[in-house]
Design a protein around this ligand. Structure first.
Ligand SMILES: *[C@@H]1O[C@H](CO)[C@@H](O)[C@H](O)[C@H]1NC(C)=O
Ligand SMILES: *[C@@H]1O[C@H](CO)[C@@H](O)[C@H](O)[C@H]1NC(C)=O
Ligand SMILES: *[C@@H]1O[C@H](CO)[C@@H](O)[C@H](O)[C@H]1NC(C)=O
Ligand SMILES: *[C@@H]1O[C@H](CO)[C@@H](O)[C@H](O)[C@H]1NC(C)=O
Ligand SMILES: *[C@@H]1O[C@H](CO)[C@@H](O)[C@H](O)[C@H]1NC(C)=O
Ligand SMILES: *[C@@H]1O[C@H](CO)[C@@H](O)[C@H](O)[C@H]1NC(C)=O
Ligand SMILES: *[C@@H]1O[C@H](CO)[C@@H](O)[C@H](O)[C@H]1NC(C)=O
Length: 772
C-alpha cells in the first residue's frame, strides 16, 4: 500500500470523528486567567476563557469573596467544589449522520463553543465522474465585440458536441450586457439613446445593464437562432458593467434555469475590464447593491439605481449559487483579470484569441481545470465573521497537505479530499444566538452547515443559585446574633475578616484565598506538598493541616493506614521495622528495601565472625589457638599478620564481607577486640551506620582507651601505605554496651566587618575528633 493510500484509508475512518481542544491549556498555578477580583457573576466567569468554571455549590468557601467561585476546574475541585456544582460548558461537536451524500460529508453538524475555545472536524469532498452541465454565455455586446458575437453563432453546436465527452447532459443559455444606461457611461443625447452608434451610420440597440435572453436549454438550434438575432450596442467609457450582469446571472436561479444537480458554468466574454462598486458614484448612484435578483421581463431593472457589486459581494454570490466562472477575455485586458482571479473562488481565466477562434478549447480546458481543483470556503452568516477564526488544512489525495489554505489541485473524479477545519470563537454573539457557518466546497451543489451554539451563559442562571451566598450578606435585620467566632476564641473572624451582619466576610489576601465560616481556612499558610497546601489532601486551618480521612502527616503527605507496609506474609515491614508515612523504617539500619527485606551486610558481617575471634582470644594468641580456630572459623577468615607494637601483641582476622569490603578484627591482649572496617566498596558505607550492640566484657579504662587511639593511628598509617585500599571508617568496641553520639555545639566565628555568629550542631565523634 502506498503511503497516500494508507493515509486515505486512515482518514476514511475518521471522517466522522472529531477532535476538540481548548486554546489554553489549564494550569494549576494560581495565576490563571480565571481569577480576578472583578468577577462577580457566573457569566463573567465563562467569558474569562474556556478553562474557567464557576462553582455554585452552597457554602463553597464560606465567607470568601464571590470571585473565588471562578477558577480553573481542577482548582475548584481541590478547593472542595463537587463536580456537579461546577458550571463549565465544554466544547461539544455533534455530527448529524442522517443526511448522507457521496460528494460532501458530513452535511450537518452542531458545535458548542465557549468564547476562546475551538473545535476541529474533518470534511470529505469528492467530485463525481460526469455531471450535467449548464453553461451560460454572458456576452459583452458593446460595439467592439461584433467579431466575437459572429463567432458564437458557429461555435455553439461544435462546443455542445465536444462537451458530450465530459458531461452527461450539456445545456446552454445566453444573456448580454453593456453598462449602466446612465451618464457618463453612455451618451445621453436623445438621438444616441436609441441608437448609440448613429455617428457611424450603423444601427445598434440601446445600452443595457443586463438582458437575459435565453434560459439554459438543451436545444442548440434555439441557441444558434437567438445568437443570430443579437445586435451590438454602444457606450462611452472603456470599462463595462460585467460584474452587475454576473451577479444577476448568478442569483436569478429560476430565470436562468440553473439545475440544482448540474455544474454551473458562467462564461463571461468581454474585451474590457469591469466597473467596480464605487465607480457608480460618478453617475450619482449611491445605493449599495443588495445582492438580489432584479429581473423584470428578462431585463435587469436596478441598473440605474444600485451600485455595481463589490468583488467580495460577487464572490459570495458566485459561491452561494455554486457557479464556476470562466473569463474569456482578449489579450489587452488579460492582466486586469489575472489580478482578480485570486479574489473570486472557482474562476478560470483564458485568453480569447481574435475572432474567438479558440473559444471551444478554452471552455473545455476551463471545465477540466475547474473540476480538478477541489477547494472549500467558509462563510459566516449575518456579519458574525469577526467573532470567529478558521483554519482550513487540505489533505490532498497525493498525500500533500496545504496548511491554512483549503485547496487541492489535479484531483481526479472519485478521489477524496479531506479538509481539517478548525473553528474558534473569539467572542460571544451579542444575542448569544446560534450562528450558522457554511463550509462550501467551491462549485459543488452541496454544502456543510455548521451550527455554532455559543456557550456564553451559565446553566445555573436558569436553575438559580449562580450567585447564592459569598457576597456580603444582606443586612435586613440589624438584630441578628453575631456568629463570627467559635466559642472560646478572642478574635472575630480569626482576625482575618470583618463581622458584617453577624457573618464573616473574609479579607482579600494577595497570598491566596481566606475562607471558612470564621475565616479560619486559607490556601497558603500551611506546609506545601507537591506544590499544593496540605498536599491537596486536607484543609489548611490557621496554618495547620487538617488532613482528609486516610491521610496524615504535617502536610497530609502520609497515608494513615499501614497497608502499604504490609509484606506478602501480612506482617508490617516483615516484622523488621515500623511503618512511618506509608513506608517501612527498618529497625536495623543496615536493612533496606520496601519491607526491610534487603540486608547485604547482615550475613557475613564482621559480627557473625565474632565466634572465630573469640576462639583465638581464648587460646591467648598461641600457635595452638591459631590451629584450633582455623578449623572452627570459616575458611574465608584469615589471620593476616601479627601486630606487635607498643601496645602489646595483636592479631588480626580478615574477613571479606563482599567484594572489596573487608572486616578486620584486631585482637589486642591489653585492650580487647577492635573491629575495623576497611573498604573500597560503596556498600561498605552503609555499614558505617552500624553501631555494634553486642556485648563483650573486657576490662578497659579510660587510660587504656587513650593507648588504643595510639594503636589505631599506627594501623592507619600502615594501611595508607598499602596501595589499592583505603580506610573509610574505623569503629572500636569498648566495654561500653552501646555507643550513643551526643550533639555538641560549636561556635565558629568568621572575620568580617560585622562578624555574624554561626551555631552548628555536630555529632560528637571522640575518636575522629582526635585525628583532626
Ligand atoms: C429547438 O428549437 C427550434 C427553433 O427554435 C424549434 O423549432 C425546435 O422545435 C426545438 N426543438 C426542441 C426539441 O424543442
Ligand atoms: C447535486 O448534484 C448531484 C450530482 O449531479 C446530485 O446527485 C444531487 O442530487 C445534487 N444535490 C442537490 C441537493 O441538488
Ligand atoms: C413587461 O412586459 C409586460 C407585457 O409584455 C408589460 O406589460 C410590462 O410593462 C413590462 N414591464 C416592464 C418593466 O417592462
Ligand atoms: C493553522 O494550522 C496550522 C497547522 O495546524 C498552524 O501552523 C497555523 O498557525 C494555524 N493558523 C491559524 C491562523 O491558526
Ligand atoms: C486538525 O487540526 C487541528 C488543529 O490544527 C489538530 O489539532 C487536529 O489534530 C487535526 N486533525 C486531524 C485529523 O488532522
Ligand atoms: C547466613 O547465611 C547462611 C548460609 O550462607 C544461612 O543459612 C543463614 O540463614 C544466613 N543468616 C542470615 C541472618 O541471613
Ligand atoms: C588456616 O587455613 C588456611 C586456609 O584456609 C591455611 O592457609 C592456613 O595455613 C591455616 N592455618 C593453620 C595454622 O592451620
Amino acid at each position: 500500500m502506498t503511503s497516500w493510500l494508507r493515509k486515505y484509508c486512515l482518514l476514511h475512518r475518521v471522517v466522522f470523528t472529531v477532535s476538540f481542544t481548548a486554546l489554553l491549556t489549564p494550569s494549576l498555578s494560581a495565576d490563571n486567567g480565571c481569577t480576578s477580583p472583578s468577577i462577580t457573576t457566573c457569566n463573567e466567569c465563562l467569558y474569562r476563557g474556556p478553562e474557567c468554571g464557576w462553582c455554585f455549590q452552597e457554602g463553597f468557601l464560606d465567607g470568601a469573596q464571590v470571585n473565588e467561585r471562578c477558577d480553573i476546574i481542577a482548582n475548584l475541585v481541590r478547593k472542595g467544589c463537587k463536580m456537579e456544582f461546577i458550571d463549565h460548558p465544554g466544547v461539544i461537536v455533534e455530527v448529524d449522520t442522517t443526511q448522507s451524500s457521496i460528494q460532501v460529508a458530513p452535511r450537518e453538524m452542531t458545535i458548542q463553543l465557549r468564547p476562546g475555545s475551538e473545535a476541529s472536524f474533518i470534511l470529505a469532498v469528492q467530485q463525481l465522474d460526469r455531471y450535467p452541465v449548464d453553461m451560460y454565455y454572458l456576452v459583452d455586446v458593446s460595439a467592439s465585440m461584433q467579431d466575437n458575437l459572429d463567432r458564437l453563432k458557429s461555435v455553439g453546436i461544435a462546443l455542445s458536441q465536444r462537451m458530450k465527452e465530459y458531461s452527461s447532459d450539456f445545456r446552454v443559455g445566453f444573456g448580454s450586457f453593456v453598462d449602466k444606461p446612465v451618464s457618463p457611461y453612455i451618451n445621453v443625447h436623445p438621438s444616441k439613446i436609441t441608437n448609440p452608434c448613429s455617428d457611424y451610420d450603423i444601427q445598434c440597440r440601446p445600452a443595457h445593464g443586463f438582458i437575459h435572453v435565453l434560459p439554459v436549454t438543451e436545444n442548440v438550434t434555439e441557441f444558434t437562432r437567438v445568437i443570430q438575432q443579437q445586435q451590438i450596442s454602444g457606450n462611452m467609457d472603456t470599462p463595462e458593467g460585467g460584474f452587475d450582469a454576473m451577479l444577476q446571472a448568478a442569483v436569478c436561479q429560476s430565470e436562468i434555469g440553473w439545475r440544482p444537480e448540474a455544474k454551473h458554468l458562467l462564461l463571461v466574454m468581454t474585451d474590457q475590464p469591469s466597473h467596480l462598486a464605487l465607480d457608480s458614484k460618478l453617475a450619482g448612484i449611491v445605493v449599495p447593491h443588495d445582492g438580489n435578483c432584479h429581473l423584470e421581463n428578462n431585463t435587469y431593472t436596478q441598473s440605474s439605481n444600485m451600485e455595481h457589486p463589490s468583488i467580495g459581494q460577487l464572490a459570495e454570490k458566485l459561491l452561494e449559487n455554486s457557479i464556476y466562472s470562466i473569463f474569456a477575455v482578449e489579450q489587452v485586458q488579460y492582466k486586469w483579470y489575472e489580478d482578480l482571479i485570486p479574489l473570486l473562488p472557482g474562476t478560470y481565466l483564458g485568453k480569447l484569441l481574435p475572432k474567438a477562434s479558440n473559444l471551444k478549447d478554452l471552455v473545455i480546458e476551463a471545465y477540466k481545470k475547474l473540476l480538478s481543483d477541489v477547494e472549500v470556503e467558509v462563510v459566516v452568516q449575518d456579519h458574525q465573521a469577526h467573532r470567529f477564526q478558521f483554519n482550513v488544512t487540505a489533505l490532498c489525495p497525493d498525500g500533500s497537505t496545504t496548511q491554512g489554505r483549503g485547496k487541492c489541485s489535479d484531483v481526479r473524479p472519485y478521489q477524496r479530499v479531506f479538509f481539517n477545519i478548525t473553528i474558534g470563537m473569539k467572542t460571544c454573539p451579542v444575542m448569544e444566538e446560534e450562528v450558522l457557518i457554511s463550509v462550501r466546497p467551491v462549485g459543488f451543489n452541496e454544502t456543510t452547515t455548521v451550527r455554532v451554539r455559543p456557550a456564553c451563559r451559565c446553566g445555573c442562571s436558569e436553575r438559580g443559585g449562580c450567585l447564592d451566598e459569598g457576597g456580603p450578606p444582606a443586612c435586613d435585620d440589624p438584630g441578628v446574633t453575631p456568629d463570627c467566632k467559635p466559642a472560646g476564641a478572642n478574635l472575630d473572624c480569626s482576625g482575618r475578616g470583618t463581622c458584617t451582619c453577624g457573618k464573616c466576610v473574609c479579607d482579600r489576601s494577595g497570598l491566596g484565598t481566606i475562607h471558612g465560616k470564621y475565616c479560619q481556612l486559607d490556601d497558603f499558610s500551611c506546609p506545601y506538598e507537591q506544590g499544593l497546601t496540605c498536599g491537596g489532601r486536607g484543609q489548611c486551618v490557621l496554618g495547620e493541616c487538617q488532613c482528609s480521612s486516610g491521610w496524615t502527616g504535617e502536610s497530609c503527605g502520609c497515608p494513615a493506614s499501614s497497608d502499604a507496609c504490609l509484606s506478602d506474609d501480612g506482617v508490617v515491614c516483615g516484622g523488621r521495622g515500623r511503618c512511618v508515612c506509608g513506608r517501612c523504617q527498618c529497625d536495623d539500619p543496615r536493612r533496606s528495601g520496601q519491607f526491610c527485606e534487603k540486608c547485604p551486610l547482615c550475613n557475613g558481617s564482621c559480627q557473625s565472625h565474632w565466634r572465630c575471634v573469640l576462639c583465638h582470644l581464648s587460646y591467648g594468641l598461641s600457635a595452638m589457638g591459631a590451629k584450633e580456630c582455623n578449623n572452627t572459623c570459616s575458611s574465608t577468615v584469615h589471620y593476616v599478620d601479627d601486630i606487635s607494637g607498643s601496645t602489646g601483641e595483636a592479631k588480626r582476622c580478615l574477613y571479606p564481607t563482599h567484594e572489596s569490603c573487608h572486616c578486620v578484627f584486631q585482637m589486642d591482649s591489653v585492650q580487647g577486640i577492635t573491629e575495623i572496617l576497611i573498604s573500597q566498596h560503596p556498600e561498605c558505607f552503609s555499614s558505617q551506620r552500624y553501631i555494634p550492640t553486642f556485648t563483650l566484657v573486657f576490662f578497659l579504662t579510660v587510660l587504656l582507651g587513650l593507648s588504643l587511639i595510639a594503636g589505631l593511628k599506627f594501623l592507619l598509617i600502615r594501611r595508607a601505605q598499602t596501595p589499592g585500599e583505603s580506610t573509610i571508617a574505623v569503629y572500636h568496641v569498648t566495654k561500653e554496651k552501646s555507643y550513643v553520639p551526643t550533639p555538641t555545639e560549636k561556635t565558629i566565628t568568621y572575620r568580617r566587618e560585622q562578624p555574624p555568629e554561626m551555631h552548628i550542631h555536630v555529632h560528637k565523634m571522640p575518636l575522629n575528633e582526635a585525628w583532626q
